[in-house]
Design a binder for this molecule. Structure first.
Ligand SMILES: Nc1ncnc2c1ncn2[C@@H]1O[C@H](COP(=O)(O)OP(=O)(O)OP(=O)(O)O)[C@@H](O)[C@H]1O
Length: 537
């Protein structure tokens, strides 16, 4: 039996017998006697029936006949010392990191028996793929090779540019350990139908705090803003993903979008109607840097008087993103600054412009009102006719626009183009509802949300700050009131809840010097980053 095992360790019959003998050892040891003898004899008879003896070497054969019980124990001991699991060769370390999720290393112990698989050359890719798996063959029994799998290597020999007839001898000759490097058909399908899918996580996830995770060790934790590569979406509840930037990261389970949406309670929000209805431009801001136009003030006033709208939205979970590698010749990405009125968007924009006037630029707005004496065309505004302005509205040329005292004011797409064409970073200040308007492949917007700090810090930092009041009084420039602070925080929360998934960066504007430094460093980092992530929308 020892000889049998060493010759055909992979023969199912003997693996079965070995484990059978192992299982009955204690029984044989403790109950020597007639029953044991009969048992051993039956076993030998079974050996005989299955032609096993034809493999036995004579010395074991004779022992087996004379002292069945002893011989069986002897056989057991000999067998028990052997390791019947074929030793698999180590996984080659030349597997590219990038391939790790899709490449499978399969090791089989092959006999003279054929592999039981046919191969063919894929006409489009030229790759060698498994055409057919014969039922009951070695490949089929292994359960590790499937039809459609792409064979990359056999025993370390690359099959690239090889014809099937060149590959067949490699497969036929191989005996003993045979190692395949395979791209499984399922992962190929996933890759071709979905290419590589990257998402930005829009929530924090810690598997240790998730009682529903099937296996904590197999899960991946992440923070809001992390970019994850989705490896499998086959399961409706648990996707498989890995961190993109972390080369050591392994794929693991993350909650699927469906699961996360199901268990997240919808976020309640309060938004002011007028922001969206009477002033679709949402233009509470001045079109001129540091100066609030009266129509924008009217918009803000209207917003304050309007009734709030209460609603609920599902918090977004993942946003599909695509990698973008900026060529130095490419235009800069559009930088969009958003935030509640008075938070300091204009202040930050002003500081950026002063810090590097050649690098940053702002758009010149359009208006239908008369040019004033001190104003210049193309510097303060582009002065255009009502007909032209309305035509441009119909042509969707405005990112946002509004009307005040019978005059139109608006920021056009062309104005953004003009700044970008100068090789500058265009700083655009719009209501968050307009972000989607600039979500184009040419603008690749980078959205910064300027958020107010806690109310105590607002009180402290804005003690001497003056802002242009929405109130209809003679002197609209006044200091912030407690109500202004509360409004600012409330509106910031509502914006974040509704549009937070569109924000690439959140900057808390407590100390203005710190906020400015953080913003500038962030913009520089983005410009220099090898890979940037932009929305796939
Ligand atoms: N971090 C800060 N600390 C102190 N003062 C600040 C800070 N940020 C902004 N300010 C001041 O607050 C006032 C309002 O700022 P700013 O005009 O930039 O607000 P805004 O977000 O553009 O709002 P609006 O569009 O309504 O003008 C300005 O006087 C500005 O100098």
């Amino acid at each position: 039996a020892v000889a049998v095992v060493s010759r055909t360790s992979q023969t199912n019959l003997f693996e079965y017998l070995c484990s059978f003998i192992h299982y009955t050892k204690s029984h044989l040891m403790s109950q020597r006697g007639l029953v044991t003898y009969l048992f051993d004899f039956t076993l030998l008879f079974f050996f005989y029936l299955t032609n096993a003896f034809s493999y036995l070497e004579p010395k074991y054969l004779s022992t087996a006949f004379v002292f069945p019980s002893q011989s069986l124990l002897f056989v057991h001991d000999a067998i028990a010392q052997r390791d019947f699991e074929p030793t698999l060769p180590p996984v080659p370390d030349d597997v590219l990191e990038e391939e790790e999720d899709s490449v499978k290393i399969v090791s089989l112990v092959k006999t003279k028996e054929p592999l039981g698989a046919t191969i063919k050359r894929d006409k489009t890719t030229g790759a060698i793929v498994v055409a057919r798996i014969m039922r009951g063959g070695a490949a089929d029994k292994s359960g590790l090779i499937h039809e459609g799998d792409e064979l990359k290597e056999v025993n370390g020999i690359s099959l690239e540019h090889r014809k099937p007839k060149e590959v067949l001898p490699l497969l036929a000759c191989s005996q003993g350990d045979i190692t395949f490097k395979i791209i499984p058909a399922s992962s190929k399908e996933e890759m071709s139908s979905n290419k590589k899918l990257f998402v930005r996580a829009l929530f924090d996830y810690d598997p240790n705090e998730d009682p529903t995770i099937p296996c904590k060790d197999a899960a991946v934790s992440f923070k809001r803003g992390d970019v994850l590569q989705i490896v499998s979406m086959e399961d409706d509840t648990w996707w498989q993903a890995c961190h993109f930037m972390d080369s050591k990261s392994r794929a693991g389970l993350i909650p699927s979008r469906q699961l996360q949406e199901r268990r997240d309670t919808p976020v309640k929000f309060t938004m002011q109607t007028s922001l969206f209805i009477h002033f679709p431009a949402g233009s509470r801001r001045s079109f001129r840097l540091g100066r609030k136009s009266s129509w924008a003030r009217e918009a803000a006033r209207s917003r304050r008087w309007s009734a709030g709208v209460h609603g609920s939205i599902r918090p977004p979970t993942y946003m599909e993103v695509i990698p973008y590698r900026r060529d130095p010749k490419d235009r800069h990405r559009l930088v969009v600054l958003v935030g509640p009125s008075g938070v300091g968007v204009n202040e930050l924009k002003r500081r950026l412009l002063i810090s590097d006037p050649d690098h940053y630029g702002v758009t010149v707005p359009y208006t239908t009102r008369e040019k004033r004496r001190q104003e210049s065309e193309g510097v303060d505004y582009h002065f255009v006719s009502i007909r032209l302005f309305e035509e441009e509205i119909l042509n969707h040329r405005f990112i946002e626009y509004g009307r005040y005292q019978g005059h139109y004011y608006g920021t056009s797409v062309d104005a953004v183009h003009r700044v970008m064409a100068q090789g500058r970073v265009c700083l655009l200040d719009v209501h968050p509802s307009k972000i989607k308007r600039v979500y184009t492949s040419e603008f690749k917007p980078y959205v910064v949300f300027v958020k107010p700090p806690h109310i105590e810090e607002l009180r402290l930092t804005r003690r001497r700050a003056k802002f242009i009041s929405d109130d209809d009084d003679a002197n609209p420039v006044r200091i912030f009131s407690e109500e202004d602070f509360e409004d600012m925080i409330e509106l910031a929360d509502a914006m974040e809840n509704q549009y937070g998934h569109l924000f690439d960066k959140v900057i808390v504007n407590g100390d203005i010097a710190l906020a400015f430094r953080e913003l500038k460093a962030e913009l520089k980092k983005i410009e220099e980053a090898e890979v940037q992530w932009i929305s796939a929308d």
